[in-house]
Design a protein around this ligand. Sequence first.
Ligand code: ZN
Length: 414
Amino acid sequence: MNMVEQELVTGDVQLVRRLNRDAILGLIRQREPISRTALARLAHLTPATVFSIVDELKREGLVKEQGIGPSQGGRRPMLFEFNPRSHAVIGIDIRSAQVVGVLTYLDATPLLTIARDYDLASGADVVQLVADVIRELVAASPVPAGNLIGVGVAAPGIVDVNRGVVVKSVNWGWNDLPLRDILAQQFDLPIYVDEDDNTLALGEASFGAGRGVPNVICVKIGRGIGAGIIINGTLFRGPDNAAGEIGHILVDPDGPQCYCGNYGCLDRMVAAPYIAERAIKGLKKGATSSLRERVHGDLDRITVAMIAEAANAGDSFACQVMEETGRYLGVAIAMLVNTLNPDLVIIGGGVILTGAPLLETTRQVVRLRTFPAPGQRARIVPPLLGVEAPAIGAATLVMTKEGLLPTVLSERAG
Ligand SMILES: [Zn+2]
């Protein structure tokens, strides 16, 4: 056997070992407490293999003994359970005016959250800010250095996940930004980069509203709009990482021109800055609203957050703006529901968190514009993980990449 063949065989053995280990850990997470014999049966592996893998997981602290189970005819077996607090992960979310970082245990419980504001217009160095936030979280980590698994970054725009490159991010002006490599030079940790809408979907599907649900569309509204799509429990990225780029679906043929050249795109009608733009236009035409006093008449200072807050407080003009937004969003989501027949649609992003009127209108429009079966099936909900959902999702990405979470999420026990 020559050296290349030797390496291939060794590689195969390691790969098989890794896959078996992932499967065993996944089963323990799903079925805990569980005995090694039961694991061997469920994973179709020999008891010797399972004993050795469980020993390894125990040494690393990922699995611990839970107690003695009932006898299945012979000796009473030792039961094992997952130990989520042994290791920690860092998740970063690059939001439109803020970098949010979370340090979480392996059950996605945030230990620490950091948010740092920045102003893109004044030329803030966002990549440096990301590195600063990571450094702070690393310093604050309570687990031994070797038990900090890695860093996940949720980035805006189109991301090449395999290379960790932000291929294009219009609002940030990033073209082929090698974000992973830049960060890898500063930290001795595995680093993964993905689109913020994909991490939102991963986090929600693993630990949030989509837990145990096989088919989920996760729409994220921010400075732009994108969707993470989970089909049969697996994130669907498409061969060019471009799946879920829903921002340029036509929702109003008479709408204003989008930066892509077309008119009335979803992005142009529903992205955060354009919601504010519509509200400001309405107010300049003389609409009555508490928003006027809020900015002391300086209407150009009105933001989406203010509109959502005013809408929730019952301001009828702000409600109208959010309902109008919901109608546009509903048109796009109805199209996705008819195309993909999801069980669940999660709508996230800062806009949604305070915007009940938006969600309700979206639901009505979706019901009107879909076929009966998919329209009735698809529940439309906000993220369960709240404003930190994309950051927690970025941490989740690291867990899946490092073999600490089953990659097929729908196989998880509810
Ligand atoms: Zn467009």
